[in-house]
Design a protein around this ligand. Sequence first.
Ligand code: PHE
Length: 343
Amino acid sequence: MREIIEKELAVLEAVTAVSNEEVEQLRIKYLGKKGLFNDLFAQFKQVPNEDKKEMGALLNKFKSSVEQKIVLLKENLDNTQHASTDKEDLTKPSNLQSLGSRHPLSIVRNEIINIFSRIGYVVAEGPEIEDDWHVFSALNFPPEHPARDMQDTFFVEERSDNNHAVLRTHTSSVQVRTMEKQQPPIRIIAPGRVFRNEAISARAHCIFHQIEGLYIDKNVSFADLKQSLLYFAKEMFGEQTEIRLRPSYFPFTEPSAEMDVSCNLCGGKGCNICKGTGWLEIMGCGMIDPNVLDASGIDSKVYSGFAFGMGIERIAMLKYDVKDLRLYFENDLRFLRQFSSAF
Ligand code: PHE
């Protein structure tokens, strides 16, 4: 019995394993029900009493050696498995990480900012909760003008001096704030959220985004306005894009115009996006009314300027052929993921 144990201990010493099955085989061979240890234990009963102490100790040593060896083999196996999978992974592509993407409105806003920053415009910002002065009065809105009506404007707080707190209905308020604190030359682009009390539909929302542009200096003319907007249209919609200006009305600009760009879907022939006209309306613009300059502390006899304003949702709808405005605000991943490659 002694010889068997000593021989097995030596064998055990040299055992290696390359798989979990091999370790399991080893365990069964030594410690299983019909394994060597049970055999030896049966033999142990025959051992003369005077040898029992010594042989018992040897048997215990054998059992714990086997157990230790099994633990050791398992550890080694774990390590080598990690090592070999690591090695294989070096040549494999890693698991695809799903990255977030920019919201289409952010993409378009950034693109518009980039286009104007290349010709010297800087970004200006203002508060969303405004007052009547910055949204209407300073912009030459007569007191009875329908845009002040409850139907369009969200009033936040009524004030005794009539300078009520309102949610801004357009980013033109940033025009006023800039003119109040800065003398020309002024060249700003003001992106932001605006609010109008409108029923939500595919074409209208009570919250949307605008970008306002403002340029004031000496000798600024309507030709400068036209050239700047033509540059913008070509950068935004492609070199072949043409613009047309139609007379319009805004209280704060004189003369005022609506700008259309040639429909780049049908190339001007007429389709259902441009409703057969070949043109798409994208913004309002005009020369700043001298009353507005004077109201903000800029001498209208020395300076002139132009302003323009557009809805970001509208530009993004045209650019990406989005048919329903509500999609921008629902955060449906199936919609948002379509923009993941655009930056
Ligand atoms: N603020 C106008 C609007 O919300 C747009 C505009 C801006 C028109 C600047 C002219 C000049 O409709």
